[in-house]
Design a protein around this ligand. Structure first.
Ligand code: DX5
Ligand code: ZN
Length: 232
């Protein structure tokens, strides 16, 4: 099986107007977003709180691309079915969220979603190898999870390069999350990433009444990433 390894830009609605998610999603999709990234935080696994399954269900009808749900919660398993029922296409759980990530990934696929595995910046790849046949996506965090607008952690570039080679021909997306701009996207595209999550990098400068900057931001990040790949 092969997958689409072209560069995909996934705006994180963590940087959108929280009073207006439906329109914000329509605007970024109209401006070229490939996926919509939804950051779920529990105030326990990460030091911030965002939203749960009802919000995901409410925004689902507005998403015409891919609903990519990033679960920064612990425990995870008891919520998998609720997020699947809310319409997630991809459910990503953290390797660090509990002792039974293998079971969590089984539950995600069992619920009919694609399974993602996220790694904090301090987590190495040694525990990933035995999970490779259970995942559709691996998300390398390039900030410590919990907040938008943080600074990109450069030490993750070599991790992505190593992960790309570990994955080989397997149909697994490499997603990068945190601090993505037109300056950092090329570093990750060149190292092997294909999905670039960007919150502040996409939503800066625009609004639902003036969405053109979203399009400019998406295009600028995409073009920088694609150019780095072509040069590689
Ligand atoms: C961080 C979240 C990210 C975040 C990215 O915990 O997982 O998705 O929203 O935001 P930026 O692109 O602003 O770093
Ligand atoms: Zn995220």
């Amino acid at each position: 099986m092969t997958i689409d390894r072209s560069i995909k830009i996934a705006p994180s609605i963590l940087s959108a107007d929280f009073a207006n998610f439906g329109q914000e999603i329509q605007c970024v999709e109209a401006q070229g977003a490939d996926w919509i990234h939804v950051d779920v935080m529990d105030g326990h696994f990460v030091p911030n709180l965002t939203f749960g399954p009802p919000l995901c269900a409410a925004i689902r009808p507005h998403i015409h691309t891919v609903m990519d749900v990033h679960l920064m919660i612990s425990p995870v398993d008891r919520f998998v079915d609720a997020f699947a029922e809310a319409g997630a296409d991809i459910l990503t759980a953290h390797l660090e969220a509990g002792p039974h990530v293998h079971r969590t990934l089984q539950a995600i696929r069992g619920a009919g979603c694609k399974a993602g595995l996220a790694l904090n910046p301090g987590t190495g790849l040694c525990n990933v190898e035995h999970l490779l046949d259970m995942v559709d996506l691996i998300c390398v965090m390039t900030v410590n999870p919990g907040f938008g607008g943080q600074k990109f952690i450069h030490s993750q570039i070599s991790k992505v390069r190593e992960l790309r080679s570990l994955i080989g021909d397997r149909p697994i997306h490499i997603e990068i999350d945190g601090g993505i701009t037109a300056d950092t996207a090329p570093l990750m595209a060149e190292a092997g990433a294909d999905v670039l999550v960007a919150g502040s990098g996409v939503f800066k400068g625009g609004s639902v009444t003036d969405p053109a900057p979203y399009g400019t931001n998406i295009r600028t990040i995409r073009e920088a990433a694609e150019a780095a790949r072509t040069a590689a």
